[in-house]
Ligand binder design. Structure first.
Ligand SMILES: *[C@@H]1O[C@H](CO)[C@@H](O)[C@H](O)[C@H]1NC(C)=O
Ligand SMILES: *[C@@H]1O[C@H](CO)[C@@H](O)[C@H](O)[C@H]1NC(C)=O
Ligand SMILES: *[C@@H]1O[C@H](CO)[C@@H](O)[C@H](O)[C@H]1NC(C)=O
Ligand SMILES: *[C@@H]1O[C@H](CO)[C@@H](O)[C@H](O)[C@H]1NC(C)=O
Length: 300
C-alpha cells in the first residue's frame, strides 16, 4: 500500500519535473512545429511575432494587415516562411478582381519580415496610372526578371490561355504590360488596390532554377524573418532551461522559468527559495528513480 502510494507520487512528481523543465512554448499545428520566435500563445515567443500565427483545424494561418495566409513551411535554419494566399494566381489559375492579399505588414512589424530577394511578385492587369509605372518615362518599365523568373515565361502557363493573354491591358506598344514582375525591395508593399492591379502571382526559387519554365516554379510567398539581432536574450534563456516570452505590455522580453519569470535568464535571477528547492527536487527525483529501479528488480 505504501509502495503503491510512493510509486504514484513518484510518477506524478517526475512528470511535473519534466513539464516544468521543458517549460515549453513550443507547439505544433498539423505537422508544422511552432517555436521561437513564433508562438501560438500570447506571452510566448518574441514580441515582434505576437498575434501573428493561428492554428485552425490543423491549418497554420499567418495574419498581417493585408490578410490571412496559409503557412506551408517554417524553415528555422534559414529563418524563412513559405506562405500561400488562396487568391493568388498560379500557373493553373489567374485570379482577377483585386481579390488577392498581396503582401503588406503593419509598420511596427515591418522590420521583422521581408519577402526574400529571390521571390518574384508578378503584378497582373495594373492600370496605366498605377504607381508601379510612374517615374519611368517612355518604354523604361520597372518590370524585370527576379532570380530568372519573370512574366515572359509566366505567359506560357496554361492559366494565360484560359484568361486570354492579350485581352488585359490595352495591347502592345501603347499601355502597360499585362504582367509586370518586380522584387519586393522595389515596391515595399504589394497592395493591389493602391497599385491599381487586378491580381498578382508570387513565386520563389530555393535551389538553382530548373529548366522547365514557369510550370516548375514554386508558387507562394517566401518571407525572411528576423528578430533584429535580438537573439542573445532567448539563447541565454533557453540555455538555462527557460522558455522565451514577453510581458503583458507586449514589448519587454521575459524568460519563463516555470515557477518564476526573469528579465534575464533562469540562473541569474533564481530566488533564494528556488535555489533551495532545486537541489531538493533533484534529490527527490534521484530517490524516485532508485525506487523505480528497485521495484523493477524486485519483480525478478
Ligand atoms: C506536412 O504534411 C503535408 C501533407 O499532409 C506535406 O506536404 C508537407 O510537406 C508536410 N510538411 C512538413 C514540414 O513536414
Ligand atoms: C492598401 O491601399 C489602400 C488604398 O491606398 C488603403 O486604403 C489600404 O489600407 C491599404 N491596405 C493595407 C493592408 O495597407
Ligand atoms: C526575362 O527572361 C526571359 C527568358 O530568359 C527573357 O526572354 C526576357 O527578355 C527577360 N526579361 C527582362 C525584362 O529582362
Ligand atoms: C510569466 O509571464 C507569462 C507571460 O506574461 C505569464 O503568463 C505567467 O503567468 C508569468 N508567470 C509567473 C510565474 O509570473
Amino acid at each position: 500500500m505504501a509502495l503503491l502510494f510512493l510509486n504514484t507520487f513518484c510518477l506524478s512528481f517526475l512528470a511535473l519535473i519534466a513539464t516544468s523543465r521543458a517549460g515549453s512554448c513550443r507547439s505544433y499545428c498539423g505537422n508544422i512545429t511552432v517555436d521561437y520566435p513564433f508562438s501560438l500563445d500570447y506571452g510566448c515567443g518574441h514580441p515582434g511575432f505576437k498575434e501573428l500565427l493561428f492554428c485552425m483545424n490543423d491549418v497554420l494561418m499567418f495574419h498581417i494587415s493585408s490578410g490571412s495566409y496559409r503557412v506551408l513551411d517554417i524553415d528555422y535554419a534559414y529563418q524563412a516562411l513559405t506562405l500561400h494566399d488562396p487568391h493568388m494566381s498560379t500557373c493553373d489559375t489567374i485570379v482577377l478582381g483585386g481579390r488577392g492579399n498581396g503582401f503588406t505588414v503593419e509598420d511596427w512589424r515591418a522590420p521583422y519580415f521581408n519577402p526574400t530577394s529571390d521571390n518574384v511578385f508578378m503584378l497582373i492587369g495594373c492600370s496605366a496610372e498605377s504607381p508601379v509605372f510612374q517615374g519611368f518615362p517612355g518604354k523604361h518599365l520597372p518590370c524585370r526578371n527576379v532570380s530568372g523568373m519573370g512574366c515572359e515565361e509566366y505567359y506560357d502557363c496554361p492559366a494565360w490561355t484560359m484568361v486570354g493573354h492579350k485581352t488585359l491591358g490595352s495591347g502592345y506598344g501603347s499601355g502597360p504590360p499585362e504582367c509586370c514582375a518586380v522584387a519586393f525591395e522595389a515596391i515595399k508593399a504589394i497592395n493591389l488596390s493602391k497599385l491599381q492591379c487586378e491580381g498578382y502571382s508570387s513565386a520563389y526559387s530555393l535551389a538553382p532554377l530548373r529548366v522547365d519554365g514557369a510550370g516548375g516554379w514554386s508558387y507562394g510567398i517566401r518571407v525572411k524573418y528576423s528578430v533584429q539581432g535580438n537573439d542573445e536574450f532567448c539563447r541565454a534563456c533557453e540555455a538555462t532551461g527557460g522558455a522565451c516570452g514577453f510581458g503583458t505590455d507586449g514589448i519587454k522580453q521575459l524568460c519563463m522559468c516555470g515557477s518564476f519569470n526573469s528579465t534575464t535568464n533562469c540562473d541569474s535571477e533564481r530566488s533564494t527559495s528556488s535555489k533551495m528547492t532545486l537541489p531538493l527536487a533533484e534529490a527527490l527525483a534521484g530517490f524516485c528513480i532508485h525506487m523505480a529501479m528497485w521495484m523493477i528488480s524486485s519483480h525478478f
